[in-house]
Design a protein around this ligand. Structure first.
Ligand code: CTP
Length: 393
């Protein structure tokens, strides 16, 4: 039996946690609840205990329970930690790594994946402080069930309402890889830039942040896939629940990808350096005279190699096409040239796409071209993973 540790924090939406516990118990999960002091103002430990059939933990009990079950044990005995509703306050505590009460201590001590379902007033949700906290949590691999938009208990309108319990249940099942359409499948994802050394201290790089590729790895894992992420040098965190291999150069990326085969699906989101430099063994010195000319050699094309027919070709190979002009035309030509099944094309000409938070893509497949609206990179990843899931369903 899979076990969920459910943290219920304060807010009018806390009553929906009762329905979530009921759904989880009905679906056969073991649910252990922790109620924050603010949560206790909205639902009682008794109600949660009646629905979960298990003892409910609050700050009041935490000291006496320490001997029976330590904080660490409480958070580690679960398969997934869920915070629903997650108030602005607990999200801020998580982002800052505070551990002043039972719930935040558990969240800091856990080694399990954490899923949060935020609920708060629309202005609090849209406040730069909450935006920054959410970005920080997501970069650490915390899974988010985004709040709904609509009329709120406070009389305002907008995003901030807790997602409906069946939606949270579906996200929990996806996070656990239960019945996910990609359960039992292996996915390889490349992400980030490559660094091609010029000499021991210099390299050629590009502006890729890895945000899109990392989000795809996380989204595939959420649908149940075993994911190997091969990442070039990035400054973002490894996604939770994904095996991340760190490489620097295109040659190392290819070697890591080949070693990870076989796979059912490969998504090449990395901005691989097209050329490597005939590297100098020692630091190149200015020492007068003309500036040195760099001798470039073409790098192996990882996407093309993965797409080539053969026993190890993944069933689905997805490439990206970063273009600055003639997007549809160049991307279609790239799809044909590389032999991949789908191409996710994006215009990287303006500022803010490479390294930014959003992406506007065109998906090319046998079905033709599909233009997606401008979305967050996480949303693009979710849609792409869903589409990949349908191939394997
Ligand atoms: N790619 C790869 N290995 C390379 C170069 C690119 O796997 N050595 C993959 C990228 O991960 C991406 C796709 O190929 O999925 C297209 O990358 P892009 O840089 O847009 O295309 P290039 O192959 O570099 O072609 P061009 O320079 O003509 O735009």
């Amino acid at each position: 039996m899979k076990r969920i540790l459910l943290i219920v924090s304060g807010g009018i939406a806390a009553y929906k946690a009762l329905e979530l516990v009921r759904l989880l118990s009905k679906a056969g999960y073991g649910v252990r609840c922790v109620l924050t002091p603010a949560g206790e103002k909205f639902v009682t430990p008794m109600a949660l205990q009646a629905l979960s059939g298990e003892k409910v933990y609050t700050d009041l009990f935490s000291l006496t329970d320490e001997s029976e079950m330590g904080h660490i044990e409480l958070s580690r005995s679960a398969d997934l930690v869920v915070v629903a509703p997650a108030s602005a306050d607990i999200l801020a505590k998580m982002a800052a790594g505070l551990a002043g009460d039972l719930a935040s201590t558990l969240l800091l001590a856990t080694d399990k994946r954490v899923l949060v379902a935020p609920a708060m007033n629309v202005r609090m949700w849209e406040h730069p402080a909450t935006r920054a906290n959410m970005a920080r949590l997501e970069s650490r691999g915390v899974l988010v069930v985004a709040p709904d938009s609509g009329p709120m208990a406070c009389g305002e309108f907008g995003p901030g309402r807790l997602a409906e319990p069946p939606v949270i249940l579906a996200a929990i099942e996806a996070a656990l890889g239960v019945a996910g359409p990609l359960s039992g499948r292996h996915a390889i994802v490349t992400s980030g830039p490559t660094h091609e050394p010029i000499d021991p201290v210099r390299y050629i790089a590009n502006r890729s942040s890895g945000k899109q590729g990392h989000a795809i790895a996380a989204a595939l894992a959420a649908l149940g896939a075993r994911v190997t992420l091969v990442s070039g040098p990035v400054s973002i965190a490894d996604p939770a629940g994904v095996q991340t291999l760190h490489v620097e150069t295109a040659a190392q990326m290819l070697a890591a990808v080949e070693a990870a085969l076989p796979a059912d699906v490969a998504v090449c989101a990395a901005a691989v350096g097209d050329w490597r430099v005939a590297t100098a063994a020692q630091k190149m010195k200015k020492a007068g005279g003309a500036p040195p000319a760099l001798q470039l050699a073409e790098n192996p094309d990882i996407l093309a190699q993965l797409s080539a027919p053969g026993p190890l070709r993944p069933r689905l190979v997805v490439g990206f096409a970063a273009e600055t002009e003639h997007l549809a035309e160049y991307a279609a030509a790239k799809r044909a040239r590389k032999g991949c099944d789908w191409i996710v094309a994006n215009n990287v000409g303006g500022t803010g796409i490479m390294g930014g938070e959003e992406n506007e893509v065109l998906l090319l497949s046998d079905e033709g071209a599909q233009a997606w609206p401008k979305l967050s990179k996480r949303e693009v990843a979710g849609l792409l993973a869903e589409k990949i899931g349908k191939i394997f369903a």
